[in-house]
Design a protein around this ligand. Structure first.
Ligand code: SF4
Length: 63
């Protein structure tokens, strides 16, 4: 599974606080996600972040 964050992010930090291995903050306060395949043990948290992102800015591809 890979994950991306769109420009719709409002910088609420929810995803970053939930899973700092995958999500980090850009200088503009928005989130970005690490590139490449998500570590297996982080997938559940990534999906939780995606479900609860208030800006619906998190997208995943693959399993
Ligand atoms: S949860 Fe959504 S809006 Fe909040 S920082 Fe992450 S991507 Fe941005």
């Amino acid at each position: 599974m890979t994950v991306t964050v769109s420009d719709a992010c409002i910088g609420c930090r929810f995803c970053m606080n939930l899973c700092s291995d995958v999500f980090a903050e850009l200088p503009n306060g928005k989130a970005y996600a690490i590139g490449g395949e998500i570590p297996a043990d982080a997938k559940e948290m990534v999906l939780e972040a995606k479900t609860n992102c208030p800006a619906v800015a998190i997208s995943t591809m693959g399993e």
